[in-house]
Design a protein around this ligand. Structure first.
Ligand SMILES: Nc1ncnc2c1ncn2[C@@H]1O[C@H](COP(=O)(O)OP(=O)(O)OP(=O)(O)O)[C@@H](O)[C@H]1O
Ligand SMILES: [Mg+2]
Length: 562
């Protein structure tokens, strides 16, 4: 059976796991460590370091080192290094490629299929970017699994009995809280709250600002634009923060900090205790507790309470978090179960569930945002409320506002704000080819589908003619994730051409079943490139890439036989 690996692609650390029989197993990297820093150093197009080796050289090579690329996934931001630009997807693909390679070494076999976890509050663009990173790393991303759902799965999938589970996941860059109900073999997510930009790196930034502020006041020097010094200080600050989870106080000490200039050398020394640090992060931790209680309420856990609290993510080790959670949830104690590895383990379990035909455990997740469209006057109309179970499908009928109008633009967004402009744009879709009529007479039904990866698919149909293909849904590029779909049609067309060429050369060597599959896929792909169904395009894209891979294998085999 094909192995499906589970990958926790984290802001600061990543991990990969697989199943060993019925148990998830975290795979050590080439240095024997179970977690790999999500750090990438690009020293040249063919000289890329990932993980510990990248982290270790970060201080002396800050300008070529990228950390926390996950934070800017799907944002359109690029990194410029050595005159070249790299997208966050590319940077993350280097990390994924390394994890894949470590897994292949460990398992002694090639690995293609993966489950990649994402924060439950990742937007559509961030999810598509994660998928793209997987694709660039040569992986078939079988599912994007929400991180807290993965943690709950790893925590409870072998535990008998029904439970109300709360997952509090505070990592390096993101916060998620999810309430799940385990009933028999079914895990249903009931509610999910979170913040994509709240995590350990924010705590680091607050402490760094305090330390630097104090140093600047005393020395009247400013080092904020010195990448090497800042990198060095960042590392010391993070170390001090971690130390404060077990000690009452610690000292941040950097001898000869900025001592290269004229005059006496300057040492940086700052004594920080827990209370001072807690004061700095108090507002952010309170925010996580507020979101936790909102999730508890919308899950209906308020009265009977929570059976299991699962803490996930390195920052959930901070004692202040435990104090607040105990108080808010009325718990006597909190216990930590492997917060650094639990997400990757859950992803591996999900991988086994997908490849296992017996379907022993079911996972039902929900959408994290309202899905809606913009209507005149910058208003946002929800068409599918958040916390709806996925996959989900809904439709709305649109009409024209002027006579003989043959196209309508629909702006699809995600978010909670009443003003459309304050929500996250998924893209503008142009419905063209509408049968001409007087204003208000046209009836275009637009279907919105959210799949199990929480990706949104839009299709349209002219209700009067019933013609699906006549109404064309074209993403109008506005720099968001949906713009990818224009490219996908082009890519599918190019792949069809390539498969056709290879097939023309190879077909007499292939068995009938494979030939039929290829012909069928070419037909479907050709239809998809001229039609309006984005989902079909993505499916064909994947199918064609798989066929090309298999054709290469066949070609290699027949050459070897000759
Ligand atoms: N004992 C500790 N006390 C406080 N913070 C800690 C401790 N151990 C780790 N951390 C912090 O946890 C964060 C890393 O956690 P983790 O590896 O779970 O995050 P991640 O998976 O990379 O991020 P995300 O899930 O947000 O994408 C870092 O900010 C690190 O400094
Ligand atoms: Mg994480």
């Amino acid at each position: 059976m094909r192995t499906v690996i589970g990958i926790d692609l984290g802001t600061t650390n990543s991990a990969v796991a697989c199943m060993d029989g019925n148990e998830p197993l975290v795979i050590p990297n080439d240095r024997g460590n179970r977690i790999t820093p999500s750090v990438v150093a690009i020293n040249g197009p063919d000289d890329v370091l990932v993980g510990e080796s990248a982290k270790n050289q970060a201080v002396v090579n800050a300008a070529s080192t990228i950390t926390a690329a996950k934070r800017v996934m799907g944002s359109g931001t690029v990194f410029t290094i050595g005159g070249r630009t790299y997208t966050p997807e590319q940077v993350c693909s280097y990390i994924l490629r390394k994890l894949r390679k470590d897994a292949e070494t460990f398992l002694g076999q090639p690995v293609q299929d993966a489950i990649i976890t994402v924060p439950a509050h990742f937007s559509e663009a961030q999810r598509r970017a994660t998928q793209e990173a997987g694709r660039l790393a040569g992986l078939r991303v079988r599912r994007l699994l929400n991180e807290p759902t993965a943690a709950a799965l790893a925590y409870a999938y072998r535990t008998p009995g029904d439970r109300r589970i709360l997952v509090y996941d505070l990592g390096g860059g993101t916060f998620d809280v999810t309430c799940l109900q385990k009933e028999g073999n079914t895990f249903s997510v009931l509610a999910s709250e979170g913040d994509n930009h709240l995590g350990g790196v924010d705590f680091d930034a607050l402490l760094l600002d305090r330390v630097l502020g104090e140093f600047e006041r005393n020395s009247e020097l400013n080092f904020r634009s010195e990448p090497i010094l800042m990198q060095q200080l960042s590392e010391m600050v993070e170390r001090a923060k971690i130390e404060l989870s077990t000690s009452e106080s610690t000292r941040i000490l950097i001898p000869f900090f900025g001592g290269a200039g004229a005059g006496a050398p300057l040492h940086l020394s700052y004594e920080v205790n827990r209370n001072e640090f807690y004061d700095l992060i108090d507002a952010l931790v309170r925010k996580t507790v507020k979101l936790t209680m909102a999730a508890v309420r919308s899950a209906g856990f308020g009265l009977r309470g929570v059976d299991s609290l699962v803490l996930s993510g390195g920052s959930s080790r901070i004692p202040l978090v435990h104090t607040y959670l105990k108080r808010a949830l009325n718990l006597e104690r909190v216990s930590l179960v492997n917060p650094d590895e639990i997400v990757a383990m859950g992803a591996a379990i999900q991988g086994a569930l997908l490849s296992d035909q017996s379907d022993t455990v079911h996972v039902r997740d929900v959408t994290a945002y309202n899905l809606g469209v913009e209507i005149e006057g910058d208003h946002f109309v929800t068409i599918l409320p958040r916390n709806s179970p996925v996959p989900a499908r809904t439709h709305r009928t649109f009409t024209t506002v002027s006579d003989r109008q043959s196209s309508v633009e629909i702006h699809v967004l995600q978010g909670e704000e009443p003003a459309a402009s304050r929500n996250i744009s998924l893209g503008r879709f142009l419905l063209s080819g509408i049968q001409e009529a007087r204003r208000g007479e046209a009836r275009v039904q637009v279907s919105f589908e959210i799949d199990e990866d929480a990706l949104v698919w839009v299709t349209a149909r002219d209700l009067r003619t019933g013609a699906q293909q006549n109404v064309k849904v074209t993403p109008v590029s506005d720099g968001t994730g949906a713009a990818l779909d224009i490219e996908v049609a082009d890519r599918v067309a190019a792949l069809v051409e390539r498969v056709e060429q290879m097939y023309a050369q190879e077909q007499f060597r292939l068995d009938a079943e494979f030939r039929a599959e290829i012909e069928h896929t070419i037909r479907r792909a050709s239809e998809a490139t001229s039609g309006a169904d984005l989902r079909a395009l993505h499916e064909c894209h994947l199918a064609l890439e798989t066929i090309i891979g298999e054709l290469h294998v066949e070609l290699g085999r027949s050459e070897a036989e000759q």
